[in-house]
Design a protein around this ligand. Structure first.
Ligand SMILES: NC(=O)c1ccc[n+]([C@@H]2O[C@H](COP(=O)([O-])OP(=O)(O)OC[C@H]3O[C@@H](n4cnc5c(N)ncnc54)[C@H](O)[C@@H]3O)[C@@H](O)[C@H]2O)c1
Ligand SMILES: O=P(O)(O)OC[C@@H](O)[C@@H](O)[C@H](O)[C@H](O)CO
Length: 409
């Protein structure tokens, strides 16, 4: 099963699952109704478009059923079924907030579904969070424990029979555009209302147990390791950190996409500086890291991938803490003020002040950005210790970009 059916699930977990015909996916969205309807009309199949010099198109058929978020009974019945062995999730970083009684949320639905499974006999299950969240397995496990803390038997069953796997996921998959359908038709001769554009590269690193079995994802290159920590730091700090840097600093410089942003020498130099700083806090052999950086730049500049900065800049309050703050804290502990991190924080402040902000904390953050003394207040909203750091606050204030008022997108 999957929760959070969108572009990334289809370019990543569904593509990996395609290699094992023994398995199929019952994919559920959170709210979207158009995508499951279109996929149902196409018997679950869709086109994966891989642009580039040797553009390719593949039809992926591993989604057996697609359901809208409103189909609650279907969700509960699926999750109660012993035929279901694995549940993957892509519900964004914010989607892992602990459930609040009476409020609908991804975690609320998951816990309700797990309770149903427990009552129906309690077959073992593995949860596989696939969002860019540090320690995603641990975060999800904590959410379950907190939600079940007053239900002793259910909590015991969760601990004994539901495993939570930690993952690092990677495949750059921009939001769809209106041109994608025509590209898919030209590439395959088939009408597809919901194709997905992605890159040839894909990575999936997983740590944990699968008591009820799993698809043979390793056939497509998934790696099973004891601990994802170093892989996670590499991916979150280097790829996603650079993305967040390019998104905020790029918007402030009038750039539109990741490709345009890495074509800007000033931004490219800032990314390289960021990577130099982050490299001091990760235990990866320098040659391997240099090769990873080289490939990232190639991927960022790849033709045919229109990855909009405005898309990446969404939910900054959830992304900056995962992608930049661990390195920033380590640098401050060493007495340094890392310029590229300061650049991002300053550009984020400017984004909150001038742009159309999409963030679960938008109301609070936009008000702070437009208040007096916004820099310290915004840093405090991200992290108490960093907000109390006078030297950092002064550096961010000095780095604030000048840009015209009014929405940039
Ligand atoms: N797109 C990528 O390149 C990529 C790569 C790696 C990881 N991811 C992860 O996958 C997530 C989804 O990316 P996508 O490209 O599929 O986006 P998408 O917009 O196509 O799909 C997002 C899905 O998440 C659901 N969702 C959004 N906010 C939610 C919330 N608060 N609670 C529950 N569900 C929510 C939506 O309903 C939708 O089903 C990202 O947030 C990221 O964590 C994406
Ligand atoms: O998907 P988000 O919104 O969490 O982050 C935007 C991008 O940084 C992200 O999607 C990357 O493209 C992805 O993590 C690459 O694997």
């Amino acid at each position: 099963m999957h929760l959070g059916l969108g572009s990334f699930h289809r370019s990543h977990q569904a593509w990996y699952t395609e290699c094992d015909p023994e398995w199929g996916i019952a994919a559920h969205t959170f709210r979207n109704t158009a995508l499951p309807r279109a996929l149902t009309e196409q018997q679950g199949a869709y086109t994966l478009l891989l642009p580039g010099e040797e553009a390719k198109a593949e039809v992926v058929g591993s989604i057996s059923r697609a359901h809208a978020g409103a189909e609650q009974e279907r969700w509960l019945a699926d999750l109660a079924s012993p035929d279901v062995a694995v549940v993957t999730t892509t519900v964004t970083e914010a989607g892992y907030a602990a459930p609040v009684p009476g409020q609908d949320s991804a975690m609320q639905r998951l816990v309700t579904g797990l309770r149903e499974r427990y009552r129906a006999g309690g077959a073992p299950l593995t949860l596989v969070p696939c969002d860019n969240l540090p320690g995603n397995g641990g975060v999800l496990r904590d959410v379950l424990r907190t939600a079940a803390r007053d239900e002793h038997r259910f909590a015991e069953w969760l601990d004994e029979h539901v495993t939570v796997v930690s993952t690092v996921v990677d495949r750059i998959t921009p939001a769809p555009t209106s041109a994608d359908r025509a590209t898919a038709l030209a590439a395959t001769g088939l009408r597809d209302e919901v194709p997905v554009v992605t890159e040839p590269f894909a990575e999936w690193v997983l740590a944990g147990e699968f008591p009820a079995g799993r698809p043979r994802w390793e056939q497509r290159g998934a790696r099973f390791v004891d601990d994802v920590d170093v892989h996670q730091k590499r991916k979150l700090w280097f790829l996603n950190g650079a993305h967040t840097l390019l998104a905020h600093a790029g918007l402030a410089r009038g750039r539109r996409t990741i490709r345009e942003a890495v074509d800007d020498d000033v931004l490219l130099a800032t990314v390289q500086q960021w990577w130099d700083v982050a490299a001091q806090h990760i235990a990866i052999e320098p040659g391997e890291l240099a090769e990873y950086r080289r490939r990232l730049l190639e991927r960022f500049a790849a033709p045919g991938i229109e990855h909009r900065l405005a898309q990446i800049a969404c939910d900054g309050s959830q992304k900056i803490p995962a992608r930049l703050l661990p390195v920033l804290r380590a640098e401050r502990a060493a007495g340094r003020v890392p310029e590229p991190a300061v650049t991002v924080l300053a550009a984020w402040q400017s984004h909150l002040r001038h742009d159309d902000v999409r963030d679960p904390r938008a109301a609070e953050l936009v008000e702070l950005a437009r208040s007096r003394g916004p820099t310290r207040r915004l840093l405090l909203a991200l992290d108490q210790e960093l907000g109390a750091d006078d030297e950092l606050v002064a550096a961010v204030e000095d780095a604030l970009p000048t840009r015209p008022t009014g929405p940039s997108r």
